[in-house]
Ligand binder design. Sequence first.
Ligand SMILES: NC(=O)C1=CN([C@@H]2O[C@H](COP(=O)(O)OP(=O)(O)OC[C@H]3O[C@@H](n4cnc5c(N)ncnc54)[C@H](OP(=O)(O)O)[C@@H]3O)[C@@H](O)[C@H]2O)C=CC1
Ligand SMILES: O=C(O)C1=N[C@H](C(=O)O)C[C@H](O)C1
Length: 252
Amino acid sequence: MTEAVEPIRVGVLGARGRMGTEVCRAVNESDDMELVAMIDDGDPLAGAADAGAQVVVDFTTPDTVLGNLRWCIDQGIHAVVGTSGFTADRIEEVRGWLDGKPGVGVVIAPNFAIGAVLMMEFAERAARFFESVEIVEMHHPKKIDAPSGTALRTAQVIAEARAAAGLGPVPDATKEEMAGARGTDVEGVRVHALRATGLVAHQEVLFGTAGETLTLRHDSLDRTSFMPGVLLAVRSVIRRPGLTVGLGPLLG
Ligand SMILES: NC(=O)C1=CN([C@@H]2O[C@H](COP(=O)(O)OP(=O)(O)OC[C@H]3O[C@@H](n4cnc5c(N)ncnc54)[C@H](OP(=O)(O)O)[C@@H]3O)[C@@H](O)[C@H]2O)C=CC1
Ligand SMILES: O=C(O)C1=N[C@H](C(=O)O)C[C@H](O)C1
């Protein structure tokens, strides 16, 4: 006789937001998870611990996510984090907190959509073959930060691949006559942020070299695109202590 498996007890932070609402729906619809806490701005985080959450999913704001994450780690609650704003310094800070809590797992993913994860992997692979590269991220106008976490992460992996290949700076003789005309410089990669009603989350990575260009484009047309990745991270994090950055390592 097979033993009944207990569902994973999940708490959602930012539960009334655009992503939080979708995550609550996805957790409720999954057979192996139970939604035990819905926390939003103003609600005490203790509600998640009181409800016995094993995993907390955070889709809040770049300003509040670090405090939330520190609290989860202190409580011994695993965390799946989609909130943007994770610079290299922040990642290292979280890694330090986890050193003191060896049983706790944290997954921080700038983008949970499978196509976006592949776009970043393909960009990393292509980077060494092209002297030029620029990133254009396009989002709904209610997004509160720019550049997007996805664009930041893409620029980082491209910059690392360029450095490993011994590539110099991206060629650019342009004198910027007005500030911002050439976007912002992220580790030597120009990133441009567009906002328009009707968009959800989109990104292009444009590579160029003599006589050819390569464009990688990903479109999230609906927030359901992020849900399989979020659920995969929830299932994975309970048996994956320490810090995992990005969804790639969970995809096998
Ligand atoms: N990794 C990924 O795949 C994805 C990441 N994101 C990221 O997720 C984050 C949220 O995006 P989105 O859902 O669109 O944003 P929303 O503004 O719709 O949602 C954020 C929610 O968090 C709430 N909130 C703010 N502070 C706290 C707090 N301290 N504790 C609990 N809840 C809080 C907000 O409440 P109130 O509005 O009342 O302040 C709001 O309901 C962003 O950083 C975004 O970039 C988005 C999509 C995909
Ligand atoms: O705010 C959003 O919407 C999104 N945020 C994430 C980011 O900043 O990269 C992921 C996705 O782009 C949607």
